[in-house]
Design a protein around this ligand. Structure first.
Ligand code: TNX
Length: 541
């Protein structure tokens, strides 16, 4: 970190003051530069030194200065290089985030044909930036030009998200005829972890495709890149399987509490996958097995050892159900399900759950997990399982998702497998914030924003070094959540905290600094209509 702030709240206030002032400057009021300059307070030791705006997740390096602004005008054009379809798509995506003149779309053109002196926003693929990895970028803002550069399109997508956060929150997507000032400076950035995930449990309560897409939109704002969909559990089977239609017809017909349930047709699932992919988010489908399968068992008697289907289940107990692991037909079922879902899923992973099986012996459990692992691999995917699968013989590419606060993960460590960290006492977004939170559970403890933020993945599990951690994922279990507003209330702002844990270098992170930036995000969360929790730990603006 190349500077320190005296007081995060002061900075956050200054950021907004600056935007307000700069906004006035661009609409004919006194110029930003000069004696009327905003009262930006920084520690005396760094007065005049670079400072950053309220970016979340914190970038590796940011130097933004109030001395000059780029005036973003409704007609400022976007130029791309090279002029590929993907670059045009990215430009269109950016264009939709930027304010425009009413009724007119922003012009996108090939940089090669842009006239030299004309101010614009350039999106550029620059192979020299490969040193920043597959997702890194450099965003340079001068008073006459913005250049977002990256070696790969994903980096440009993140540069766009950073640029978006440099706009005043109320500017997003609106029509205006005046210019919006953007701070000049430079951001150079890349993620700490390659896996920055969020999980939605659409089984306990179903979320419509439009709601899932809304969550995806908000994930993108924080540079998250994996959407894990928990598609089946005791209470509901949520994805159409054409060779086993009763899974959804019957198994998808209800939810926790006995409500109507629902499921995604294969076309709807493919549409969600594509929507996420367009935002550089890879969908990771999970079919939980052999436990958490009451909905499947209720739909097909043959999946039960005694050929008798249980009734549908709408409570919230766990651990009571299991597929009949001794039957060959069970593996034909698993093969059909994995085959159909794998065919709809371009991402390389298939999550088989594997958690909380209380009715099988360790040997039965291991035999099942190892056979499923072979099936998943036969369909071209790498397997992921909750940390219980660490006790079985794992293929080297299998990823273990650590979740139990007290799990030792010893077996998986000794096999050399890699981990996704989802420690329930830090990132389970379904935990209550405190004793007054109406929604959520509390078995892993209360999780205030600071608790979700203030930890280092590298020191979380004894024996697991950073090099074997692919990343961090925040699950949102939905036993107590019915509407997207409920989901959002538990997810925000903790999801932003987890995104920073996953993206920003550890030495770049400090709670006081984060809470100040988060406070400055309040207006953006409001502008997006997110039903976020107004944590008393954060001096909201
Ligand atoms: C544990 S985490 C579960 C889920 C519950 C969740 C509630 C995991 C692998 N299993 O089945 O929904 O706790 O917090």
């Amino acid at each position: 970190m190349n500077f320190t702030l005296r007081d995060g709240k002061t900075l956050a206030t200054a950021v907004v003051a600056l935007f307000t002032l700069a906004l006035a400057a661009c609409s004919g009021a006194p110029a930003l530069r000069g004696e009327e300059g905003p009262p930006i307070e920084v520690a005396p030791a760094v007065a005049g030194a670079p400072w950053e705006a309220a970016l979340i997740p914190a970038p590796v390096h940011a130097r933004l200065t109030p001395a000059n602004v780029f005036p973003l005008r409704p007609r400022t054009a976007i130029h791309v290089k090279p002029a590929t379809p993907e670059m045009h798509r990215l430009a269109g995506f950016l264009g939709n985030l930027l304010p425009t003149a009413s009724g007119s779309a922003r012009v996108v053109s090939d940089l090669a044909s842009a006239s030299a002196g004309e101010p614009g926003i350039n999106l550029v693929i620059d192979p020299a930036l490969d040193t920043l990895g597959g997702e890194g970028y450099r965003l340079s803002i001068a008073s006459d030009r913005i250049v977002a550069a990256a070696a790969h399109p994903a980096g440009l997508f993140y540069a766009i998200q950073t640029l978006r956060q440099l706009l005043p929150p109320e500017a997003e997507g609106r029509a205006t005829n005046s210019a919006i000032p953007i701070l000049t400076g430079e951001v150079v950035d890349k993620p700490r972890f390659q896996w920055r995930g969020a999980m939605l449990d659409v089984s306990r309560h179903f979320l419509k495709p439009a709601d899932v897409k809304r969550y995806v939109d908000h994930m993108a704002l924080y540079k998250l890149n994996r959407l894990h969909l928990h598609l089946s559990d005791d209470q509901g089977w949520r994805i159409e399987i054409k060779s086993w239609p009763n899974l959804t017809a019957h198994g998808g017909s209800t939810a926790v509490g006995g409500g109507a349930g629902g499921f995604y047709t294969q076309a709807e699932y493919a549409d969600i996958v594509e929507y996420a992919r367009a935002r550089y988010i890879t969908v990771v489908p999970e079919i939980d097995m052999p436990g958490h399968t009451n909905a499947a068992l209720a739909s097909y008697p043959a999946l039960n050892c005694d050929d008798r289907s249980p009734a549908l289940y709408t409570g919230i107990r766990v651990g009571f159900s299991s597929l009949c692991v001794a039957r060959e037909s069970t593996y034909r079922f698993v093969d059909d399900v994995v085959r159909e879902i794998a065919a709809l899923t371009p991402g390389p992973w298939f999550h088989m759950g594997g958690d909380e099986v209380k009715t099988l012996s360790p040997a039965q459990y291991a035999t099942f997990v190892e056979r499923v692992q072979s099936i998943v691999r036969a369909h071209g995917k790498e397997m992921i399982g909750w940390d219980e699968v660490g006790a079985t013989r794992l293929h080297p590419t299998t990823i273990v998702q650590y979740w139990r606060p007290n799990a030792t993960a010893r077996d998986a460590i000794s096999q050399g497998n890699r981990f996704i960290l989802s420690p329930a006492d830090k990132v389970y977004l379904d935990m209550k914030y405190d004793s007054t939170t109406a929604l959520g559970l509390k078995w892993a403890g209360y999780i205030e924003v600071r608790t979700a933020y203030d930890w280092d993945p590298a020191t979380r599990i004894a024996g697991v070094r950073e090099s074997s951690i692919v990343g961090i994922e925040a699950p949102l279990w939905s036993e107590t959540l019915e509407t997207i507003a409920d989901f959002e209330h538990l997810a925000f702002p903790r999801l932003a905290a987890v995104a920073e844990v996953a993206w920003s270098p550890q030495q770049r992170r400090a709670w006081d600094d984060f809470r100040a930036r988060l406070a400055a995000h309040g207006p953006r969360l409001r502008a997006l209509g997110i039903n976020f929790y107004r944590s008393p730990q954060v001096p909201w603006m």
